[in-house]
Design a binder for this molecule. Structure first.
Ligand code: HEM
Length: 413
């Protein structure tokens, strides 16, 4: 085991300024073997044996593409401690499953997220981005960019897809903030046991919302995704109400937070890199797709996913045993010097840009990646065209070891 003077399992590590954390990950990448960390003590799950921190691009890629050995379904992928039963009821959707259950669920929902289906949403996404931008303009400078703009687009789009009325937006936003609020006292509690209860409560509330809608769609189908899910029939099987509920929670949470943070971080990156902004605005249509990929790389909205070894296995020279846990640190893989030249430079023309912001190729690669790209592109392009002088001020970051998020950011124009 390598001795290193910081601990990724310590909550205090995730409160350090960004550049100090980056320095720590740089040190980890300079080692020739992954460091093993003890698991943090949490009140809602038994303490596990610990985990290896995979910080290299090559390790994250190799583990992601070998799901038979690196499983998501053994205690879950979204948390280092194994998810207890009551959590799994609400948060145990496809992201925490292996085949064949994973493949079955993914087949049911894939159609709604293909590039072709998502492309049909372009007009709608643009109209919403335009409305938000007009309201921001009318409100004048000095507000919070997250609540005035960035949070609203993904929330509306995902709620529309699922068939949730506008009256539920506030409810959905509040509970998804709680679920991905990490250690942040603004959304949870300083006490982990209390945060656990708040998480369960948020899951229960959202589950109830889905069940109400599902029952209505069962009787009277519409053209929304909830109707498609309620009536989906794959190999003669229907989704159970519990599967529907936890999938719905996954979509709401995954679809909201990550995209919101990318939009906010995008405006900030363009503000502090005026050369890149000038380049982008010189040819928005051509350069926007590359800029969006670079925003997701630099931001790495999802910090990690976890896998558990189903058998003894050697990966890139390191021997793992059955039952070992590995944590795939996307934030570190995305600035791995072995893959990215000048990795801390924000370069909208970076090519190739094999970032792992949406995960690496494998069965769990982000289902919503095309939708997220569309939303980030439309929101930033509409803003830059309509309010060319808009700038993002100093962000207030979320305190979390799972999501690189911005809670608030002032804007001026
Ligand atoms: C910038 C925005 C986003 C980022 C950075 C992001 C990132 C990720 C990552 C890292 C994973 C895990 C990949 C793995 O385990 O290999 C993932 C999975 C997933 N994402 Fe996203 N995501 C984003 C937006 C969205 C949106 C908009 C939706 C849906 C509307 C969505 C739905 C999902 C789902 C359902 C999964 C689980 C897929 C599976 O297990 O098969 N994501 N995402």
């Amino acid at each position: 085991m390598t001795v290193i003077d910081f601990d990724l399992s310590d909550r205090a590590f995730w409160a350090l300024p960004h550049d100090q954390r980056e320095r720590a990950f740089r040190q980890l990448r300079a080692l020739d073997a992954p460091v093993f960390y003890e698991e943090p003590e949490v009140p809602f799950a038994p303490k596990g044996p610990g985990y290896y921190a995979l910080v290299h691009h090559a390790d994250v890629v190799a583990a992601s593409r070998n799901p038979k050995v690196f499983a998501s379904g053994r205690g879950g992928a979204i948390s280092v401690p194994d998810l207890p039963e009551d959590f799994a009821e609400y948060f145990g959707s496809m992201i925490n499953m292996d085949d064949p259950r994973h493949a079955r669920l993914r087949r049911i929902v894939n159609r709604a997220f293909t590039p072709a289906t998502v492309a049909q949403l372009t007009g709608n996404v643009r109209t919403v981005a335009e409305q938000i931008t007009e309201e921001l303009l009318a409100a004048g400078p000095g507000g919070d960019f997250v609540t005035t703009a960035a949070a609203r687009l993904p929330l509306k789009i995902i709620c529309d897809l699922m068939g949730l009325p506008e009256s539920e937006y506030g409810f959905v936003l509040e509970h998804s903030n709680t679920i991905l609020g990490g250690f942040d006292p603004e959304y949870g509690s300083a006490d982990l046991a209390e945060t656990g209860m708040m998480l369960l409560n948020a899951g229960m509330q959202l589950q109830q919302l889905v069940q109400d809608i599902a029952v209505r769609r069962e009787r009277a189908p519409t053209d929304d995704l909830t109707s498609a899910l309620v009536h989906a029939n794959v190999d003669g099987e229907r989704l159970t109400l519990q599967e529907l509920g936890s999938f719905f929670i996954l979509l709401l949470v995954a679809g909201n937070e990550t995209t919101r943070h990318s939009i906010t971080a995008g405006l900030r990156l363009l503000t502090v890199n005026p050369d890149q902004r000038a380049l982008l605005t010189s040819d928005l249509d051509t350069l926007a797709p590359g800029a969006v990929e670079e925003i997701v790389r630099v931001t790495s909205p999802v910090i990690f996913m976890r896998r558990k070894l189903t058998q003894d296995h050697e990966l890139n020279g390191q021997q793992y045993r059955e039952g070992d846990k590995v944590v795939l640190f996307y934030n570190s893989a995305n600035v791995d010097e072995a893959v990215f030249t000048d990795p801390y430079r924000f370069d909208i023309t970076r090519s190739p840009n094999p970032h792992l912001g949406f995960g690496a190729a494998g069965p769990h690669f982000c289902l919503g990646a095309h939708l997220a790209r569309l939303e980030i592109t439309e929101m930033l392009c509409v803003l830059l065209r309509r309010i060319p002088t808009i700038e993002g001020g100093e962000p207030v970051y979320l305190y979390s070891n799972f999501i690189n998020g911005v809670k608030h950011m002032p804007y001026t124009f």
